[in-house]
Design a protein around this ligand. Structure first.
Ligand code: EPZ
Length: 420
């Protein structure tokens, strides 16, 4: 296994390009199952989660080529509609094939994804909505066995909770259903919006894109013809690098980024004393004179994203005063706390709220990544810590950050990727 060896403190300087959004590419690749013709997707991030999903597609009979961030994929010959445990257990977003496979083929089996480090991650809302669309759902030997021999039919669905992949699964199912589907309390993350735009450009009638209510008129199992797609920039990768600049008091420019997808993140960075200027597809962060403590609660888009909570906790260790961070979406998304404490951070946990005193001079140490975003928080803290920090189990990072250590090196970080 590889690990990252980082020597701090450093001050990042320069500019990098933000990759395509993993959480936009995953549902859009799943949506290609709704088509029986080849289609091409540009700006696909070359990260482990995408490679895992493509391994699953290979097992389904899909043919594809991923070259230099462009994916050409042809799902005309899907010969198998079983998504097996060995793949689904490594990447729970594989559940995104459930909706499209069921809508197009009328039957599929998808392994239950199981929980992960940040929480139990149930899929009850996905299954309840599919049943409302006429599917019969059975849980057998750890698999969801879904059938809809007559195809799915439109329904009025109210989500009890806002669920990103739950919304995406049902949007894709509704695209091929018979009749009208109304979705209430649907997620409106930019990744969900791009999925809707891709389906609308393929001729699916969708009203309310970007809002919390959608109306979708399905094609009654007529396969879609997807137009060429370019994945939107990754707002969480962008936010992570903005935090890297802020925590090292550096000046960093991000290129090919959608600043309008980062309003809650940039507002919080302003509150912490940073200045951010956006121009076209670029954003530049100018450092605070001294980072100021802040308070945040994670919530659904357009509120402060849970996927940025760990990174801001690292930032809070350097902020003057008492910072308060509340995690409202996941029950166990504080795995980075004990690792940050190993670096010397002063963090007090009470239920879903962390209270930090700062600034603290962190000292390099060996730390262990536990999940994708927690590992990026450890990298940020290591950039500010004095001495050498070794971040172990960085396969978590590889899931969602493309060329992270090369990008940080470009910005002047002293970072090496080494073998255990
Ligand atoms: C998506 O996960 C993202 N993953 C996550 O990003 C992100 O943290 C999360 O949305 C929240 O923004 C992808 O898009 C691939 P949810 P998802 O369903 O869809 C509860 C990353 O770092 N819930 O919106 O799995 C659930 O327990 C990853 O890239 C149910 O109760 O999250 C949670 O408390 C980590 N029943 C809340 O809803 C359900 O059927 C939000 O979960 C579904 C969800």
């Amino acid at each position: 296994m590889d690990y990252l060896s980082i020597t701090g403190p450093c001050r990042l300087q320069g500019e990098i390009r933000v990759s395509g959004a993993k959480n936009a590419a995953l549902p859009i690749v799943a949506a290609t199952l709704l088509s029986d013709e080849p289609c091409s997707i540009e700006n696909v991030p070359e990260v482990a989660d995408i490679r895992t999903l493509l391994r699953l597609f290979e097992k389904l009979g899909s043919r594809y080529l991923l070259e230099d961030h462009t994916l050409t994929i042809d799902n005309e010959e899907i010969t198998n509609t079983v998504a097996t445990y060995d793949i689904v257990k490594t990447m729970r977003a594989s559940i995104l094939v459930l909706g499209p496979l069921l809508a197009r083929f009328g039957r599929c089996e998808v392994s239950l994804p199981g929980g992960c480090a940040i929480g139990q991650r149930p899929i009850d809302l996905h299954l309840k909505a599919l049943e409302q669309m006429g599917a019969s759902i059975e849980i057998k030997n750890g698999y969801v066995v879904a059938t809809a021999p007559e195809g799915l039919r439109g329904a009025r669905i109210i989500f009890d909770k806002i669920t990103v992949t739950g919304s995406e699964n049902i949007i894709m199912a509704a695209a091929l259903a018979k009749g009208k589907t109304e979705l209430i309390n649907v997620a409106k993350e930019p990744e969900v919006v791009q999925l809707c735009e891709v389906l609308a450009e393929a001729g699916v009638e969708i009203d309310g894109i970007g809002g919390d209510e959608l109306t979708i008129i399905g094609t009654d199992r007529e396969a879609l013809k997807l137009k060429p797609i370019k994945i939107i920039p990754d707002r969480i990768e962008a936010g992570t690098y903005l935090c890297a600049a802020a925590i090292t008091y550096g000046t960093v420019t991000l290129n090919s980024v959608r600043s309008d997808h980062l309003d809650a993140v940039t507002a919080k960075l302003h509150e912490a004393g940073c200045r951010i200027e956006s121009e076209g597809e670029s954003m530049t962060l100018y450092p605070a004179a001294r980072l100021k403590a802040f308070e945040l609660s994670t919530t659904e888009y357009p509120g402060f994203p849970t996927d940025m909570q760990a990174q801001f906790m690292a930032l809070a260790t350097q902020a003057e005063g008492v910072s308060i961070i509340e995690e409202r979406l996941f029950e166990n998304r504080f795995m980075h706390v004990s690792e940050l404490q190993r670096l010397g951070a002063s963090i007090h946990l009470k239920g879903h709220t962390a209270t930090l005193n700062g600034p603290i001079q962190l000292l390099g140490a060996d730390v262990m990544a536990t999940d994708l975003r927690a590992s990026s928080a450890l990298v940020l803290a290591a950039l500010a810590a004095s001495g050498v920090t070794n971040v172990h189990r960085i396969y978590h990072l590889d899931r969602g950050y493309e060329a992270l250590h090369e990008k940080l090196k470009t910005l002047g970080a002293k970072i090496e990727r080494l073998k255990e």
